[in-house]
Design a protein around this ligand. Structure first.
Ligand code: UDP
Length: 323
């Protein structure tokens, strides 16, 4: 992280992405305040960081405000349910954290003159009519559909950041994260990668929703973390896509995961999800130019890491059952 941004706040720091970011920030020599209410985050994700005296945890719902003792140089605002299963289960909470939570994070940035990086999402593009998506595209979101609680909360968050930049001169950057995967995704969080890995390891059918011809572009978590760090260290306001432009169909991902696990599971087709984006692939020309960043971890390698971490979890659970 840039030399003068030593005191970082990570909202949603106990989540999948947040915990990897906290870990990396500590490795870079920063002090980290992790703020999380554990509504979808997991204390296990940060248990190994608790003994570091540069790490502190604030257990708090940021919708009630965000106070941090001491100086703050950088805020990375990740807090939100992120898996469709979670935000469909927590629709009002998702709207609230994207609106009240983001306003609280922005107030903190204003008070402390910290740089704030806001984790927006490829979901602001909805079911895109432009492919691949670049940052000039305004999106195609159904404002009343089931996914709108997430899509519109992220769109509101972007508007809030823009307003604080204009009105209060807050130093902020909107990044639009495309699908990120890696160890510490919850095995039961409902997303494609953990679902297919768990199903393959258990010899159960891999559940493809819809035709499986819909596409996603999967970015390994260490690549996303590197991009976030560079966004903190830059002075660009965004919006900036961060993701891996290698695009695959969902069916191809299912087949690849089945191959990598050596599983003989079938692939079964279930009804598609409402408003499921049909195509998704980031144009990352801006991030390449401004951050000098591009993803480095190939999909097969990243998936192998996830598979191995899920195997370890299963082995630990079996041992636990014996104890
Ligand atoms: N999906 C699937 N089977 C699953 C979980 C997800 O076919 O068990 C599909 C889902 O319908 C979507 C894609 O995989 O088209 C990615 O879904 P995910 O929940 O991982 O993330 P999203 O990109 O939709 O936020």
């Amino acid at each position: 992280m840039g030399g003068d941004r030593r005191n970082a706040v990570v909202t949603g720091g106990a989540g999948f992405l947040g915990s990897h970011l906290c870990e990396r920030l500590l490795r870079e020599g920063a002090s980290v305040v992790c703020v999380d209410d554990f509504s979808t985050g997991n204390p296990d994700n940060i248990a190994h960081l608790m003994s570091d005296d540069r790490f502190s945890l604030v257990k708090r719902d940021i919708c009630t405000g965000l106070e941090v003792d001491g100086p703050v140089d950088a805020i990375v605002h990740l807090a939100s349910p992120a898996s469709p299963q979670d935000y469909l289960r927590l629709p009002v909470e998702t709207l609230r954290v994207g609106s009240a939570g983001t306003l609280a994070a922005l107030e903190l940035a204003k008070r402390t003159a910290a740089r704030l990086v806001y984790a927006s999402s490829s979901e602001v593009y909805g079911d895109p009519l432009v492919h691949p998506q670049d940052e000039t595209y305004w999106g195609n979101v159904n404002p009343l559909g089931p996914r709108s609680v997430y899509d519109e909360s992220k769109r509101f968050g972007e508007a809030a950041v823009a307003a604080f930049v204009r009105e209060h001169g807050v130093d902020a950057c909107v990044v639009r994260l495309f699908n990120t995967y890696g160890p510490r995704m919850k095995p039961d969080d409902g997303r494609m990668v953990p679902n297919f890995v768990v199903q393959a390891l258990e010899g159960k059918p891999l559940t493809v929703y819809g035709s499986g011809r819909q596409t996603r572009s999967l970015c390994y978590v260490s690549d996303t973390v590197e991009a976030l760090l560079r966004a903190v260290g830059s002075d660009h306001p965004g919006p900036m896509n961060l993701g891996n432009p290698v695009e695959m169909t969902v069916l191809e991902v299912a087949e690849l995961i089945r191959d990598l696990t050596g599983s003989t599971s079938e692939i079964t087709f279930l009804p598609g999800m409402e408003d499921d984006p049909r195509l998704r692939r980031p144009d990352i020309a801006l991030a390449r130019r401004v951050l000098g960043w591009q993803p480095e971890v190939p999909l097969r390698q990243g998936l192998a890491e996830v598979i191995s971490s899920f195997r370890d979890l299963r082995a630990a659970a079996r041992l636990g059952a014996v104890d």
